[in-house]
Write a protein that binds this ligand. Structure first.
Ligand code: 1CP
Length: 353
């Protein structure tokens, strides 16, 4: 299977865009930049349209999800949209009792802790993904030559929420389960891989030009646990979309020691968090993998001179890699002044290649 001839990546709209060119290790016309969590609470226009509508409900209203995805593209002139949704949407669409509680994050009605709990998980029906496909179609019709990035949660990060039933700092539950009940863990992460893989495939088929797998909490694992208990499921999630030929990005936080293993699940680009300079990330990856990152989100609140010097340093360090897409080293903090983001984009686009 491949993407349809009228897909933006196939019909000439996005294949030569700055983002896709850099993801493929080529030399773009301008330095591409987008921000994780560019849609969301830092934008007054987001707070306005979200008023009175729950987070997951807003993801499932196609017009609204498209509008929220487009807001930061219009405002900041970033080089890509990131589809407005959430990593737990495939759980919700499968029929798992999950909600996003304001100020907390994803919370499940019942945590998934035993083999029986895992066996009862409902299979995600492809037809349930129609609101996602509708939202993507509406979004790409407006984006024109700017690519839309689709995404999904990696099985470890999803399973971490499922086992704990809510956000946690140390992820003790999933880390215990992978050793104490490896078969249950394997079944759970396989389930999560299939749900995330179908969610990502729906976005790519409907018009997204690249896909990013978020393993936000993989940094709580050592390399041996990551390779043995997590990487196979992440590879399985991506197996759902490899045939489509869209560039794939893999990102986690605290993953400086895992970068090679994360690349080895089979992706084109590695997203680097703010902890590791890009020249060192490039060295660890053997100089063959395009990178994305890694402006420290904390510096968005620093005086402009401090932030500008940091952005220039990130660009200089990224020059070592075979391709570099500017981004933050994690998501936009909600209290960020959006005008600072616009100014960062202008600076990046103004700098000589
Ligand atoms: O009401 C709100 O605005 C709630 C905040 C919010 C938003 C804006 C949540 C709840 N999810 C989202 C959207 C979202 N989530 C996007 C699209 C927007 C964009 O990037 O511009 C994406 C890509 C995600 C992915 C996501 N959800 C991740 C991976 C990325 C990351 O930040 O590490 C994770 C870990 C989640 C879980 C989640 N959803 C929401 C929150 C607050 C959390 C984290 C909770 C925790 O601390 O564990």
């Amino acid at each position: 299977m491949t993407l349809n001839a009228s897909h933006p990546l196939m019909d000439g709209r996005t294949a030569d865009s700055a983002l896709i060119t850099a993801y493929r290790g080529g030399k773009p016309e301008r330095r591409p930049v987008w921000f994780m969590r560019q849609a969301g609470r830092s934008l007054p226009e987001y707070r306005e349209v979200r008023r009175g509508i729950g987070m997951l409900d807003s993801c499932l209203k196609p017009e609204l999800a498209a509008e929220i995805t487009l807001q930061p593209v219009r405002r900041h002139d970033v080089d890509a949209g990131i589809f407005f949704s959430d990593i737990v949407i495939p759980l919700k669409l499968a029929g798992v009792d999950v909600d996003i509680v304001p100020g907390v994050g994803p919370v499940l009605g019942a945590p998934v802790r035993t083999a029986a709990d895992v066996a009862k998980l409902p299979v995600l029906d492809d037809a349930a993904l129609e609101p996602i496909r509708d939202a993507v179609r509406l979004t790409v019709a407006e984006l024109g030559s700017k690519p839309l990035i689709g995404f999904a949660g990696a099985p470890f990060t999803l399973a971490a929420y499922m086992v704990e039933g809510k956000p946690s700092r140390d992820h003790l539950g999933p880390r215990t389960m992978m050793h104490a009940e490896p078969e249950t863990w394997r079944a759970l992460t396989d389930w999560a891989a299939d749900a995330s893989g179908k969610f990502l495939r729906a976005q790519l088929e409907a018009g997204a030009s690249a896909g990013q797998l978020f393993d936000s909490w993989a940094g709580s694992l050592g390399l041996a646990d990551y390779r043995r208990h997590v990487a196979p499921a992440s590879a399985r999630a991506l197996d759902h979309v490899r045939d489509l030929g869209a560039p794939l990005v893999h990102f986690g936080t605290g993953t400086s020691e895992l970068l090679v293993a994360m690349r080895d699940v089979g992706v084109d680009v590695i997203g680097v968090d703010y902890r590791l300079p890009l020249d060192e990330a490039n060295r660890r990856l053997g100089g063959t993998t395009p990178l994305q990152g890694n402006i420290d989100p904390a510096l968005l609140a620093a005086p402009w001179e401090v932030l500008e010097a940091h952005v220039r340093e990130v660009i200089a360090a990224g020059a070592a890699a075979p391709g570099h897409v500017l981004n933050l080293g994690h998501g936009v903090p909600p209290e960020t002044d959006p005008e600072v983001l616009t100014r960062v984009v202008e600076l990046i686009h103004r700098m000589e290649l």
